[in-house]
Design a protein around this ligand. Structure first.
Ligand code: TEU
Ligand code: CA
Length: 538
């Protein structure tokens, strides 16, 4: 087997949520030409690959994760020419671009679904999942996963909103159409895909096997053979329900159908087990570190993983795991302890500025279909409105979807008109313009950290060994590789904590505090990256 060039192992990937990134034509909605204006900003940060949340034609019930035409660009984002220009510019600047692909479901306005509805005898009927009677499977976005179609007297299946009917991956014609779509965009010149909820396409709903279902490997292999095998592109599967072991298996030869996945076990640690995401619990740092250690061990010799705190579905990392009162310190600590691990770093837009979550006072300010449905569901269940708004404040997906904060002008420089979702009022302090001019900003720390990361093979290949893993406040580990070892120590806490790790043989390469002298007590959210060089004959 010819070895694939694994450029994506050494890449920093930046996720753009196009609706909220930059609005070039002042209609309140981010767009492709807005992204083009900011490529130097990304290049300067050290970004190698840009990933776009979906920009295809869509009625936007789920902000583009409901696609009505896979071959067209949604006019609210621009034209295919804009996209072509953008792709060229990204490549000219030595970066790469990956698109998001949603093939577990389409929009209910996709022509396949419209045909399936209006003409039950057409071949498109079987592109979707129909049953005479619903089962008790629920939608991720509240309520049953089944919606009744009066005309045909049948129910169609949708794991997400009712406007997102699930595709029937058992249908061979459908699978071929999907491979055609993938190949169309790869031929267009993009550098790969993030594959939305791809662990759901192997489901057998009659046996209630939804995630990592019995047909998953078969479909992934077929997709790989038809689309990815012979190309120098990358894939990252979004796999919320895949175990770490399965994530390794599906990224390891001979089953390396995906280059890496987003595995979510670390994300669930501040949620009450067995309950919904809206029931939160305090994060236990020891539990988090033990989980990371086991993930790092799993990928020690083969397979590959991604590193992320946040994305467009998750709350902002600073607000969730850090402390808004220590914005700079906690944002830089969080990124250092995460991105120092083995795997490909994914930054979510605004994370490089320490952007925070949002607190809306009224449900009317929320835009996300999941949040709105949840609000109604929980009100019906008898929950207190205050409890619901509090849960939304911590966990709503809109936390990370507010406009990028570019400068301190009205609407944060995102747009000249009122944006589709409210700007976080802290934009006057937290914005890109301030941070570019300040050498001690989160942005400039990110930049320095990634410059450093790229200089040492240790970050790519080094073995990860946690230090004092039972410590309740300190997040520390070594990366061991040949004669260059890295040690990262972070105070994961808003109080000072004692340093008990021996750093005598180490040189400090980077820290988030101005004072480079290390005392026995580490201040709140202090983080440091150390290096130990051994003699070659050691
Ligand atoms: O998300 C899949 C998913 O299951 C979760 O991340 C989910 O959105 C979240 O847990 C809800 O609390 C993907 C996309 O990232 C998301 O934006 C889409 O809404 C979803 O698929 C449907 O396409
Ligand atoms: Ca616009």
């Amino acid at each position: 087997m010819e070895e694939k060039i694994n450029w994506w192992k050494n890449s920093v990937i930046y996720q753009i949520y196009p609706l909220s990134f930059n609005d070039s034509n002042n209609d309140g909605i981010g767009d492709i030409n807005g992204i083009r204006e900011k490529l130097d900003y990304l290049k300067n940060l050290g970004v190698d690959v840009i990933w776009f949340s979906p920009i295809y034609e869509s009625p936007m019930v789920d902000n583009g994760y409901d696609i009505s035409d896979y071959y067209k660009i949604n006019p609210i984002f621009g034209t295919i020419e804009d996209f072509k220009n953008l792709l060229n510019e990204v490549h000219e600047k030595g970066m790469r671009l990956i698109m998001d692909l949603v093939v577990n479901h389409t929009s209910n306005e996709h022509v396949w679904f419209k045909e399936a509805l209006s003409n039950p005898n057409s071949k498109y009927r079987d592109y979707y999942i129909w049953r005479d009677k619903p089962s008790d499977i629920n939608s991720v976005f509240s309520g049953p996963a089944w919606t009744f179609d009066k005309m045909s007297n049948q129910y169609y299946f949708h794991l997400f909103a009712k406007e997102q009917p699930d595709l029937n991956w058992q249908n061979e014609d459908l699978r071929k159409e999907i491979y055609q779509i993938i190949n169309y965009w790869l031929d267009f010149g993009i550098d790969g895909f993030r594959l939305d909820v791809i662990d759901l396409i192997g489901k057998n709903i009659d046996n209630k096997q939804v995630a990592d279902g019995p047909f998953l490997e078969k479909h992934l292999k077929e997709m790989y053979d038809n689309c990815f095998r012979d190309r120098d592109v990358m894939t990252v599967g979004e796999t919320p329900a895949l175990s770490v072991d399965r994530a390794k298996e599906l990224t390891t030869y001979p089953k390396n159908y995906l280059d890496m996945v987003f595995q979510f076990s670390h994300i669930a640690l501040d949620e009450v087990k067995g309950k919904s995401k809206w029931h939160k619990k305090m994060l236990d740092l020891v539990e988090l570190k033990e989980l990371f250690q086991s993930i790092q061990n799993t990928f020690k010799t083969s397979g590959w993983t991604s590193l992320f705190w946040s994305n467009h579905d998750q709350p902002r990392a600073v607000s969730r795991y850090g402390d808004e009162n220590y914005n700079y310190e906690s944002a830089t600590m969080l990124m250092t302890v995460l991105y120092g691990l083995k795997g490909t770093p994914f930054i979510y837009q605004g994370e490089e500025l320490g952007m925070t979550g949002i607190k809306f006072d009224s449900i009317n300010q929320y835009k996300d279909v999941e949040s709105i449905n949840m609000y109604n569901e929980y009100l019906n269940l008898g929950y207190d409105e205050k409890w619901i708004l509090d849960a939304l404040h911590t966990k709503s997906r809109d936390n990370s979807r507010t406009p990028m904060q570019w400068d301190n002008s009205k609407y944060a420089g995102f747009s000249k008109v009122k944006p589709w979702i409210e700007v976080n009022e802290n934009y006057k302090n937290i914005n890109a313009q301030n941070q570019l001019n300040d050498k001690n900003s989160v942005y400039n720390y990110f930049k320095k950290f990634f410059e450093l990361r790229k200089n040492y093979q240790t970050f790519i290949d080094g073995e990860t060994k946690f230090v004092e893993i039972k410590s309740k406040n300190i997040f520390a580990y070594q990366r061991l590789y040949k004669n260059k070892n890295i040690l990262i120590i972070g105070n994961f806490n808003n109080k000072p904590n004692e340093l008990t790790i021996d750093i005598e043989n180490y040189t400090l390469l980077l820290t988030n505090y101005e004072n480079k002298k290390i005392k026995n007590i580490l201040p709140p959210y202090w983080v440091g990256v150390f290096m130990e060089e051994l003699n070659d004959d050691n």
